[in-house]
Design a protein around this ligand. Structure first.
Ligand SMILES: [Zn+2]
Length: 185
């Protein structure tokens, strides 16, 4: 399976830095995605998506569910786009608080992110709706494009659904998993 023939520059342009938060710090995030996109991943020296049926990674260890969303992080007067990665447990926790507080999961949902210790999970608490929204970051296609760069997968075709993206990415994921498993032996 060939990887994308797109020039490297345009591929890289869709990439977003993964949001990192130092222990003891908090940050305000304005969520841009209409919802988190969940992916099962394996840790084989690095994080690689699960290939689904007949996945060689699943023969070694169970996958873990990670949820990704695009957000703008507040930095002084500026809001910078980032890819937020958290466990599915943390996204469900946010969902519970969000419902209790009457905040909708929609572009512009403001959350406070915190991390207590360096090995603590990222915590997200809803604040309100009405945060900054940059339209270019709200579509599911923009999110899968950023994930394609993060995981070195085939970029989604314009307008491709998440399902189409995952189906196209599967051969690349299988190749990555086999290579990483061979290397780990
Ligand atoms: Zn797997």
């Amino acid at each position: 399976m060939m990887l994308s023939s797109e020039p490297t520059s345009s591929r890289a342009a869709m990439g977003l830095p993964v949001f990192k938060l130092q222990a003891g710090h908090t940050a305000r995030l304005s969520i841009q995605s209409v919802g988190p996109l969940f992916m099962a991943t394996h840790w084989v020296g690095r994080q690689i998506p699960c290939a689904g049926p007949e996945c060689p990674g699943c023969d070694l260890s169970p996958s873990r569910a990670r949820g990704f969303a695009i957000a703008l992080v507040e930095q002084g007067q500026a809001w910078r786009p980032v890819l937020v990665e958290a466990s599915s447990a943390e996204w469900s926790r946010l969902e519970g608080f969000r419902v209790m507080e009457g905040v909708s999961f929609a572009p512009g949902m403001l959350v406070e992110a915190s991390r207590r210790r360096s090995n603590s999970p990222l915590r997200m608490e809803p604040i309100s709706n009405g945060g900054q929204v940059d339209e270019q970051f709200t579509s599911p296609w923009r999110l899968t494009s950023a994930l394609a760069v993060l995981f070195q997968l085939t970029p989604p075709k314009p307008g491709a659904t998440v399902g189409q993206f995952c189906a196209a990415a599967r051969p690349v994921v299988l190749h990555q998993l086999r290579q990483a498993i061979d290397r780990a032996r």
